[in-house]
Design a protein around this ligand. Sequence first.
Ligand code: GDP
Ligand code: MN
Length: 348
Amino acid sequence: DVSVSVKGKNGYKYRRIDYPKYTGPKEKATFVTLARNSDLYSLVESIKAVEDRFNHKFQYDWVFLNDAEFSDEFKNVTSNLISGKTKYGVVPHEHWSFPPWIDQDKAAKVRDEMREKKIIYGDSISYRHMCRFESGFFYRHPLLDEYDWYWRVEPDIKLHCDIDYDIFKFMADNGKKYGFTISIHEYMDTIPTLWDTTKEFLKLHPEFLNKNSMLDFVSDDEGESYNSCHFWSNFEIASLNFWRGPAYTAYFDFLDKNGGFFYERWGDAPVHSIAAALFLDRNEIHHFGDLGYFHAPFHQCPLDESLRLQNKCACDPKHDFTWNAFSCGVKYYNVNHLKKPKGWEALV
Ligand code: GDP
Ligand code: MN
């Protein structure tokens, strides 16, 4: 334990963790945001939070991607807020359109049915392009070629706590490949055949299943069925090389050929999560329980008071979704034999 007892303002004592001070070169890392021009003023809040809480100390770059050209206003406003270099790219048409093997009529019928059933984003074409792009293409954009790591940021998020360590170095130095803040159950109506398709893939490619996988996070019956647990992908800090590697490349191609991004409404969150759970060693996945994060409608807020005081968290721990019954946080801590923080039971 590297913590020391310190006196805060008011004489209030708390435990301070001495984060390792890293020296040497930065990681090859960038923030990445997919956004429309119309997202600009929801996005500036996210950018300002990330800069104030973290990035002004490290000056990592920021890559913006869009299915249309970014406006000058978008570029001026965002580049002015960001301490690192900023880059703006357009998504290639093949990465944001129906691939030729998709039956358009069948896809349209599904959207009508999902509209009737009031499935969230069920009738949306653009949301499906977004999910497919975030699943299989963002890391292939040439603007990301020079990087090994990314942190995905969306509009309207909050960071509740200061981050005083280089989070990308943390990933690299600790052998981590995928980091998340919030986990949650998926609406199974959006992915009815995703797991069966995954099982077909594993039959063809049993070599990709990691010997120390986190299968027990995504399945309660040793792989027979999916329990719908996934990492919420609006926040991700992860290795680009994991997605670029042979296992995920083959997996995404298999899913894409199946058509479920259009014939159902497969989300990038369950797709990424299932891949991380199956193809990575469980020790390569990390829960960032110390950051404090918000994406509507859920908060992550550390229960540990010392952590909150030290990191100047501005959140109510009673709102920490991690231990909520609709979250998969308890399962994550249980299957990995991690110690849950004091007071978690009260939030279930
Ligand atoms: P939700 O979090 O699932 O409700 O979905 P969001 O509306 O936040 O979309 C997820 C991410 O994709 C956000 O970063 C959006 O800015 C981005 N996004 C969603 N739809 C589009 C789109 O049609 N075009 C572009 N360029 N970005 C999009
Ligand atoms: Mn969002």
